[in-house]
Design a protein around this ligand. Structure first.
Ligand code: F3S
Length: 400
């Protein structure tokens, strides 16, 4: 790989032990993927924050980097942690786990990372623009950055994202290169789409179709005239989960979609396909009652919290109901009075965390959610049964 003088200095240790280690990680990665050079990044989002995933070994690595003088050179935020950092007791988190999670957050803080923990950094100021090179790690956020914002990022692992933060660089390969952002399959959507569940269902159909191909292709979606931020974040989470996709194009929405002709090979998605995808996750009757309700995968926007407050006003929930969002969005919800309404109804804000990364295995049997991604992990990670419902009906389920 060709390195410029400053990068050589980082590699030789002139900028400290942590920066040296970071540059070693990036050059190794660049060599594996045959990158010719590094590219400066303007924004980083780090995954690998929950102590549940990191364990002692991960925490030791972070502490070493912090002790070695590592400092973030660009705006860097974190993915959800295993608990609400300020209010973990309300979520029934084990105190031992909380202590370890706090050590993780402390290590990131020492490195100058903004320790707000969210998978929707684009909703509160970590918002790259079209063409910017960034290094993000969380799969739904990566997909959103590439497909909706038109920024350029590969899906980073925890160590490579941290390394990008400490050096302000990432190897130029994969989705940083225009040639790798070209669509390879047209997806014609012959169905009306409305709401987060519908867009999540589309993500399941497209994701599974891509996953079944021998060679993965970036899909080029047609037939979606408009989509809200909330619908797009739902779609991104779903295609990343079910198809491992880091990017799609939507005609007229993805900033660079007009630069590419629609590929000839076409997949048609019908209402029947969407209904079948929904049925695969929504099992209305079993022996188990819904005992856990969660909204906020990906983390809720202010708009969604406002809607939740509207529907919960004056009611009382009868099941454990988590509203998961980022700390900055929650602060605005506090200011607007939405938090008070939601908490008076008995729902709980689970800020900085989510129903997937929090250690809740064994605590519930059946979850209701509007998120295709949450359904996937509820089954695969926690063994919960799922109800996959439209946003408003999730709230109705909580009130039943
Ligand atoms: Fe975000 Fe957790 Fe879902 S990280 S996308 S809320 S699994």
């Amino acid at each position: 790989m060709h390195l410029i003088p400053e990068e050589h200095q980082m590699l030789s240790g002139e900028h400290g032990r942590a920066t040296q280690k970071a540059m070693e990680i990036l050059t190794a990665l660049g060599t594996i993927y045959e990158a010719e050079e590094m590219v400066p990044v303007t924004s980083v989002q780090i995954a690998g924050v929950s102590f549940d995933n990191l364990g002692e070994a991960g925490l030791e690595f972070l502490s070493e980097m912090a002790d070695g003088g590592g400092q973030a050179r660009v705006l860097t935020t974190l993915n959800p942690a295993g608990m609400d950092i300020e209010n973990w007791q309300a979520l029934g988190i084990d105190p031992e786990f909380a202590r370890n999670q706090e050590r993780v957050i402390d290590a990131y803080a020492r490195m100058g990372v903004v320790t707000t923990c969210s998978c929707t950094p684009y909703l509160f100021g970590n918002l790259p623009h079209f063409g910017e090179h960034i290094a993000w790690a969380e799969s739904s956020a990566v997909c959103y950055a590439n497909s909706v914002l038109g920024a350029r990022t590969n899906r980073e692992g925890g160590p490579s994202a941290l390394a990008a933060a400490l050096t302000g660089r990432t190897p130029r390969y994969g989705l940083h290169l225009s040639k790798n952002r070209q669509p390879g399959l047209t997806v014609r959507v012959d169905a009306g789409l409305s709401g987060t569940r519908a867009f999540g269902a589309l993500g399941i159909v497209v994701g599974r179709a891509i996953e079944a191909r021998q060679v993965k292709a970036i899909p080029y979606l047609r037939g979606i005239p408009t989509a809200s931020v909330d619908e797009l974040k739902s779609l991104c989470a779903s295609v990343a989960t079910y198809g491992g996709l880091a990017m799609f194009h939507i005609e007229g929405i993805t900033p660079e979609s007009s630069q590419h002709p629609a590929p000839d090979e076409t997949l048609v998605v019908t209402q029947g396909d969407l209904d079948e995808a929904i049925r695969s996750l929504d099992v209305p009757t079993t022996n188990e009652e819904v005992d856990f309700v969660s909204l906020g995968c990906p983390h809720l926007s202010l708009n969604e919290i406002q809607r939740a407050a509207e529907l919960l006003k004056g009611g009382h929930v009868r099941k454990t109901f988590w509203i998961t969002t980022s700390r900055p969005v929650k602060r605005i919800a506090d200011q607007m009075g939405y938090t008070e309404v939601i908490e008076e109804a008995g729902a709980i804000f689970a800020v900085d965390t989510c129903c997937v990364v929090a250690p809740i295995k064994g605590r519930f049997k059946r979850i209701a959610t509007d998120s295709a991604k949450a359904c996937y992990y509820a089954g695969a990670k926690n063994g919960f049964e799922t109800r996959f419902l439209p946003f408003d009906e999730v709230i109705e389920e909580a009130l039943k």
